[in-house]
Design a protein. Structure first.
Ligand code: IVH
Length: 673
């Protein structure tokens, strides 16, 4: 292997190690930007040397050319489904049956797992490499979705430590595992938001979103979806066996397959039932959706004795939770106005209990969604609640539609300020055009005061309502001219709270440029872009005066974002508010120099032997200028050894540790690139 190949292999190894720490152990050891830097170095090096790109390189998860249709894959061991239990009694009945067949009066050891509400898939690893991935299908044959599954970041493309069997001195050549592909609640909300912004219909729930993403013939679309994977069963394995499910899961985890950390071993059905109840209680706060728990016999020997019926094993059962759907009547539809002036229709419902929570409102997203589902006031609708996602109307029960209903249309004037509501032709969202609309003003102040912007403790939406409604403030800058006297004039406001608020406002004066830019609430500029803009411009005025072209030249800024930035700073109103903020003593700390965008950031160099074109000290400065470090001794953390003539023990050690060794010339080339 030459130097480049070694460096490629080292980078791939490092990235895989970090993936393992992140996705499997849940213990990342580097920051996102350090990870990005490694990834970018690998990408750059591979694009310079395409002849060395490996199919299982971490960069190869972006998707492959679209397919005409999916092929089929026969499961070596059929993928069965599960019998259901609807309550505690049915779980106890399951335990009775198990103990009867096993002829046991002892407590059975169970493994209790969250029943993820996603899609079952099978992964096949041959000699440690992911070769096939498929859907469950009819349990016997499934669809070949290998290309799509390769884009899922938590699925390892190769297994770690090819599991050498100590006794037989060989590794199992085939490992088939089963698990669930799903989308977390957070990712789902974000995904739907993006879709609605683009005028695409939102997914009804995370499960549909995951299913739709896996069914893409174009895997580059799948690659953009926030799919996750947890492994929960072994299908077939050659040359290895396990005594228990617990042991199997532990081993799969050590091989790099993510296993749900919420899985528990339970001694006896009573403990397993307790887990079922506890998880139902915790259901809302879990990051993913579940529709029940799965209770499985732990011992492999007992599983074998129990065997299977035609469609489901006798050693497992699904304990289902109460439904998260219900039907109710739409009493009214109202338009609510957000911070950006976006008008969102909301359905007011006859209150109904959905999976233990009373629901009286549901979002209808936008006019297109109302039209698509034809939702009218008076309709009986099926609604669904999904974790902390706002309840949604799934569909209208047309049989129950009363006579005389009318299709619903969003109002053409703002219900808050009476301003015009306009929906640009190519957008899905209608907006109130009046930037002084109180709904928008309040929304902007709330955003400005929020934790991740100026972090003004204690300034919530109720207080903002009062401050705006009484005319004490009209914009974010007015916050800085408040005093204890003014604030304590508000109803139900004690002097102590007023002075706390003034103190909080005061301390927000010292802040960072990133927070301030983010707090301005420029359309399409979230926290990440605020960081990008701050590191690019360093000073607020430089950003305020930036030309369209200059903005578009920044890597992560597209034409739409560039335009909304320019438009924002063109407005006299906005400039006045910003000036007023600065005049009131706001100090903006520019971001520290950021090396994370450079491909050698974080890499460690050691220099040894005699160097001819630069001194040791110059070498050190060159390395630091690109965000790397230079150290004196070689260790496993060293990335490169630059060796000149006469190199001795450091060179020997670097060779032992398989560290990339560069000549002076190679070093200069590397940092120049
Ligand atoms: S075990 C033979 N474990 O539930 C046992 N399934 O109806 C096979 N599921 O299609 C399944 N979480 O999609 C198992 N921890 C878990 C699960 C789980 C979700 C799904 C899976 C399967 C369905 C069974």
């Amino acid at each position: 292997m030459n130097t480049i190949q070694k460096r490629l292999e080292k980078l791939r190894q490092q990235i895989e190690d970090h993936n393992y720490r992140y996705y499997v152990l849940n213990e990342p050891s580097i920051s996102d930007s350090e990870y990005d830097a490694l990834f970018r170095e690998l990408q750059n090096l591979e694009s310079e040397h395409p002849e060395f790109i490996a199919p299982d390189s971490p960069t190869q998860r972006v998707g492959a050319p679209p397919l005409e249709a999916f092929g089929t894959i026969i499961h070596r061991v059929p993928m069965l489904s599960l019998e259901n239990a609807m309550n505690k009694e049915e779980l106890y009945a399951f335990d009775e049956r198990v103990r009867k067949i096993l002829n046991s009066s002892e407590e059975i050891t169970y493994v209790a797992e969250p029943k993820l509400d996603g899609l079952a898939v099978e992964l096949v690893y041959v000699d440690g490499k992911l070769t096939n991935g498929s859907t469950r299908g009819d349990g016997i044959t499934g669809e070949d979705i290998t290309r799509n599954l390769r884009t899922v970041k938590s699925i390892p493309l190769r297994l770690r430590f090819p599991f050498f069997d100590e006794k037989e001195k060989r590794s199992p050549s085939v490992v088939e595992v089963r698990g669930e592909i799903f989308i977390e609640k957070k990712g789902f909300i974000q995904l739907n938001k993006t879709r609605l912004d683009r005028g695409e219909p939102p997914f009804a729930n995370p499960r549909n979103a995951a299913a739709g993403s896996l069914r893409q013939l174009d895997s580059s679309i799948t690659a953009q979806r926030p799919l996750k994977f947890f492994c929960y069963e072994l299908g077939y394995i050659e040359g290895k066996s396990f005594d228990s499910h617990e042991e199997a899961l532990q081993t799969l985890k050590s091989w790099g397959l993510p296993v749900n950390p919420d899985i528990q071993v339970c001694q006896g059905i009573e403990k397993a039932t307790k887990y079922y109840h506890e998880l139902e209680e915790k259901r809302e706060s879990l990051p993913y959706e579940i529709d029940g728990v799965v209770i499985k016999v732990n011992s492999e020997a007992e599983r074998n004795k129990l065997g299977a019926r035609s469609r489901s094993p006798r050693w497992a059962i699904a304990g289902k939770f109460k439904a998260q759907q219900a039907t109710t009547i739409v009493v009214d539809i109202e338009a609510s106005v957000g911070r950006t002036g976006a008008v969102t229709p909301v359905a007011y419902l006859e209150p109904v209990n959905v999976g233990g929570v009373m629901v009286s409102r549901a979002t209808l997203h936008n006019q297109d969604e109302i039209d698509r589902k034809d939702i009218r006031i008076g309709d009986t609708v099926l609604i669904q609640r999904a974790g902390d996602v706002i309840p949604e109307v799934i569909k209208v029960i047309l049989d129950k539609r009363p006579n005389g209903t009318q299709p619903y249309r969003l109002p053409s004037t703002c219900p808050i300020c009476g301003g015009d509501i306009i929906r640009p032709e190519d957008e899905a969202v209608a907006r109130c055009q009046n930037i002084s609309c109180p709904a928008q003003v309040k929304g902007r102040i709330e955003h400005f005061a929020s934790k991740r912007s100026m972090d003004i403790d204690g300034l919530g939406y109720k207080l903002i309502d009062q401050l705006v409604d009484t005319g004490l403030i009209h914009n974010v800058a007015d916050l800085y001219s408040l005093d204890v006297e003014k604030v304590s004039s508000l109803e139900r406001m004690a002097e102590k709270s007023a002075s706390n608020l003034i103190n909080a406002i005061d301390s927000s004066r010292k802040t960072t440029l990133v927070r301030f830019i983010y707090g301005l609430g420029i359309r399409n500029v979230g926290e990440h872009l605020a960081t990008v803009l701050a590191s690019e411009f360093k000073q607020l005025h430089a950003l305020m005066n930036a030309e369209l072209e200059q903005l578009q030249n920044i890597d992560e800024v597209g034409p739409i974002v560039a335009e909304s930035i320019v438009k924002f700073f063109k407005s006299d109103d906005n400039n006045n508010v910003i000036q007023q903020c600065l005049d009131s003593g706001i100090e903006l700390e520019p971001p520290p120099p950021d090396y994370s965008s450079q491909k050698l950031s974080g890499t460690t160099f050691v220099f040894t032997g005699s160097l001819s074109s630069f001194s040791r000290n110059e070498a050190k400065m060159m390395v630091e200028a690109i965000g790397g470090h230079a150290t004196n001794s070689v260790s496993k953390n060293t990335d490169y050894l630059v060796a000149g003539p006469g190199a001795g023990s450091k060179l020997t050690k670097a060779k032992e540790l398989r560290i990339t060794i560069l000549t002076e010339e190679e070093f200069l080339k590397l940092i120049e690139s």
